[in-house]
Each structure stands twice: as C-alpha cells, then as structure tokens.
Design a protein around this ligand. Structure first.
Ligand SMILES: NC(=O)c1ccc[n+]([C@@H]2O[C@H](COP(=O)([O-])OP(=O)(O)OC[C@H]3O[C@@H](n4cnc5c(N)ncnc54)[C@H](O)[C@@H]3O)[C@@H](O)[C@H]2O)c1
Length: 477
C-alpha cells in the first residue's frame, strides 16, 4: 500500500492515533499507528531511479493545446481561497468549480466568484469524496489541490487520469513511492503535475535567480535554505491545520516541509536541468519545543496530553549534487523565533543571504557600485543599484498587480505565470520531476535520521534527462 492511502485512512481518524508513534522506516517506536511502510524505505534502500515503463513519454518539454481561457477548479478552500482570489484577478482564467468538505467555505468562495463574474461556479461540498465528481467535469483544464497532505496524491492522480492538469500544494507527496506515482501518471497521461511552490516567485527569489542567470554569482558552489516558522499555535488550531498537521510530528522525524526553502534554491542551481540532487545526510535535534508548548498551554482543554512527538525540533540536511555543489536545508516549526527561509546562495563571484536581503560581490566596479570589495555586504545605495539592474522581469511586469496578494504578492505571480504557460500551451517553469525531487526530501531525510544520519540517495526522477534538459524559461519571461 502506498503512503497516500495509508496516510489518508489514518489521518482521518487521527484521534485514534493519540499516544502512539512510529517512524517512516518501519522501525516501530511504540504501538504502530500505521502499517510499517512497504518497499524500499523499510528495507533501508531507496533506489537511485526506476526504469520508465514502456510507452511512457517524458514531460520535461510537454506542450499542450493553447487555450483562450484556462478553466480551473479548486479543492480545499482555506489556503485554496488565495488561489481563487488570484485566479479572479487573471483575465485569462475562469474559476468553473469550487470544492470543500465544509459547505460554508465552498459557498464563500462561490460568492467571490459570483461577485466577479456575475454567475456562480459549480459548488461541490459536504463529503470528502465529492471532489471526484468535480474533477470528472468536461469543462475543466486544471485542478488546484489545496487540501491536507494525505489527499494530495490521490487528488493529483485522479485529476490527471481524467485529463486535467494537477496543480498541487506543497509538498506534492510524502514518500518516494508516491513521488514515482506522480511522475509515472504525468508521463502516462501527458498532463502536467505542477507543485504550487509559491516561494519560487518571491521578489527576492526571482532577484537571486536573475542574478544567477546573468552570471553575477560566477560558478555556483553552495546554497542554504530552510523553513523556520513558529507554527506552535497553528499546530493546535482546530478547524484548520491543527486537525492534521501535528499528526506528522508523532509519525516522522525529519524534514516535514522541505520545498519552500529548497524549490527556489534548486532553480538557482539548475537542479533537474544541468545538475541533479545526488544524496543527502540528515540529522535531527531532540524533540522538545512542541511538548514544552503543549504542556505549558494545554491547548484545546488539554486533550492532546497523551501525544508523544518524535520529530526533532531542528532538522538539518546536507544535500550533495552531481556537479559537486552542497545545499544546507533546515526545518524547524516549533522554536520561538522569527520567520526565515534563509535563502542563501554562494558562487565564485557573489554571495547572497536573505532575512534581510544582503549581497556581496567580488568585483563591484563593473556594476557601478561604491563598494571596494566583498568584505562588507553592499550598502543600501549599492543594493538599490543592483535591484534596479537585476530585479526579475517577471516581478517587474506583475509587481503592481500582485500588490495585496497572498505572501507579499508571490501567490499571484505564481498563478499568473502558471496559467499563462498553460494558456500559451508552453511547458511550465517546473514539472512533475521538480515536484517529486523537492518533495522526496521528506522521506529521504526521515530515512537518514533513522539510520544514524547515513547518506541516502535522492532518486533521479528525470531518469537521466537532467543531463540534457534545458534551463527554465522563467528568467526570460
Ligand atoms: N504554499 C503556501 O504558502 C501554503 C500556505 C498554507 C498552506 N499550504 C498548503 O496548502 C494545503 C492546505 O493547507 P491549509 O492551511 O489550507 O489546511 P486547512 O486544514 O486549513 O484547510 C484544508 C481545507 O481542505 C478541506 N478538505 C480536506 N479534505 C478535503 C476533501 N477530501 N475534499 C474537499 N475538501 C477537503 C478542508 O475542509 C479545509 O477547508 C497544505 O498542503 C499546506 O501545506 C501552502
């Protein structure tokens, strides 16, 4: 059985899991709430790649029929409401249908659409399987999937099987097996499966991508990235992520949310297009902060008192690429600290660190900067010069329209770009191989942690295509 089935079944009866814990490797720590995972991970092996089934074609250059309007449906209307709002602001998009188990959420989304279009989209609500009827509609091009993690893979697979492109929230899948299912289904159906990694479209991320593409960093050597976000309150919030996200903290010990940090960095380095992840080693600190917070605050009347969390507060992974570069990737959602994705890039010609944005360049003069060298970060004046020269054209084009949109505008920029690619029939900036490569860090990190930080191979979902795949078009947008 694959993890999506396991997870869906088990997470929906989360209350039965309280007080139990098991690791993803199948090494049981207490009475196991889920069957030990089957296949490579329980045997301590993750294979470097898998042969492409006969008859399947790669999707790295998949182009599709151009469309006048891109007709979308959206499942999961909490985070998904942001996608509804973005689509309503895009003249070549039409929200045809909305879906949530919760009637009021679906109705609210439909109200927004009605206000914009003067007509109501179809509403699907009240049942956890009603989405299956929605994705079977004939009048749909793409389905946004913004549901809890356990639903991502089944919703993607069915959408693609029924001829729709799947746009799935982060992470696309939890296990290597499920990542392969996404890859194989995308190839077999020739539908896109794009992970909605909005952080690839942040102003700073696009700036760094453009700097890298324009050669300012010289030869790239190293990157650092993370998801450092104090989610302690959210993890216990009922009616939203607290209903399901905390469960992973008693099931897995590793990086539970790798893609916000890793996606942009992978694009800077051209991972999947000229370079490729090779292996990682991963280490977790002890678990402390979630237990401490739960004990101190007794959230929801103390009903979580028996939960035993196993996910270490800070997980640090080191990834090695085929070209010899290194990436430091961290995950911490329980320490009391301000938000950061680190977002750092090193090259022979420059170094960038985010939070706040800082840049140093080895040879400042050719850029007309006042700086003497790279010992100090560029002054605000020099930084402004670099911003003027290297702000990404996509950001410049959409900045005004993105204002007020989710996450500093990057949610709008992402949807605009993705739907524009689909409208033109062009290959999107990231495809299923990227979704799989960035998401599989969940299982590979858990696996490494469980085996004394042993090196774990990161599968090559492109099956060797990375050597010849062209760079992203995004920098030329
Ligand atoms: N990219 C980002 O910045 C970002 C931000 C927040 C959340 N997310 C991701 O978005 C996803 C959803 O997160 P959230 O915070 O909205 O979670 P949530 O639990 O608050 O909301 C999920 C919604 O999905 C609905 N739902 C659940 N199962 C369903 C089903 N079978 N059919 C129809 N509706 C169903 C729920 O009723 C709920 O309204 C997660 O994957 C999360 O990681 C991404």
């Amino acid at each position: 059985m694959n993890q999506s089935n396991l997870s869906r079944r088990n997470f929906l009866k989360a209350s039965a899991l309280v007080g139990m814990g098991a690791s993803l490797t199948g090494v049981t720590t207490m009475a196991a709430p889920v069957e030990p995972s089957k296949g490579d991970m329980s045997k301590g092996k993750i294979s470097a790649t898998r042969p492409r089934p006969t008859g399947q074609k790669p999707v790295n250059e998949l182009t599709t029929k151009p469309l006048d309007k891109v007709r979308v449906a959206i499942i999961g209307l909490h985070r998904g409401l942001t996608h509804v709002v973005s689509c309503l602001g895009i003249e070549f998009a039409e929200v045809v249908a909305v879906c949530d188990i919760v009637d009021d959420r679906a109705k609210h989304a439909a109200d927004l659409c009605e206000k914009k279009y003067g007509k109501r989209p179809a509403i699907y609500s009240g049942d956890e399987h009603v989405w299956e009827q929605m994705v079977a509609r004939e009048d749909l091009d793409a389905v946004y999937i913004a549901t809890p993690w356990a639903w991502h893979v089944p919703m993607c697979l069915r959408s693609m099987e029924l001829g729709k492109h799947a746009f799935v929230e982060v992470a696309a899948a939890l296990t290597v097996d499920d990542c392969w299912q996404l890859v194989d289904t995308s190839e077999r159906t020739q539908r896109h499966c794009v992970m909605l990694e909005n952080c690839c479209y942040g102003e700073n991320e696009l700036f760094v991508l453009n700097l890298a593409r324009q050669g300012v960093f010289g030869q790239l050597t190293h990157a650092e990235c993370a998801y450092l976000h104090d989610l302690r309150t959210v993890l216990f919030a009922l009616g939203t992520e607290g209903d399901w996200r905390r469960n992973y903290h008693w099931e897995y010990n590793g990086n539970l949310y790798p893609t916000h940090g890793l996606g942009p960095v992978a694009q800077y380095l051209g991972v999947g297009r000229g370079d490729q992840f090779k292996y990682l080693v991963s280490m977790s600190s002890q678990e402390m902060s979630l237990t401490h917070y739960r004990n101190a605050h007794q959230p929801n009347g103390g009903r979580h008192a028996h939960e035993k969390y196993i996910c270490g507060d800070m997980n640090t992974s080191l990834l090695k690429t085929e070209m010899g570069r290194t990436i430091m990737l961290q995950h911490d959602v329980v320490s009391p600290r301000p938000y950061s994705r680190i977002n750092a890039l090193y090259g022979t010609g420059a170094v960038f660190f985010d939070y706040p944005a800082r840049l140093s360049v080895d040879e400042p003069k050719p850029y007309g900067l006042e700086a003497e060298g790279s010992e100090d970060w560029l002054s605000p004046k020099d930084m402004q010069i670099m911003r003027e020269k290297f702000t990404h054209p996509l950001w410049k084009k959409l900045e005004e329209r993105a204002k007020g949109g989710g996450h500093g505008g990057m949610d709008f920029v992402m949807s605009w770009r993705l739907l524009d690619c689909l409208r033109r029939g062009a290959t999107p900036d990231s495809v299923v191989y990227d979704a799989a490569a960035w998401s599989c860090i969940i299982e590979t990190s858990v696996h490494s942690v469980a085996h004394g930080s042993a090196p774990v191979v990161i599968p090559d979902f492109t099956r060797g295509l990375w050597k010849t795949m062209k760079p992203l078009g995004i920098a030329e947008a």
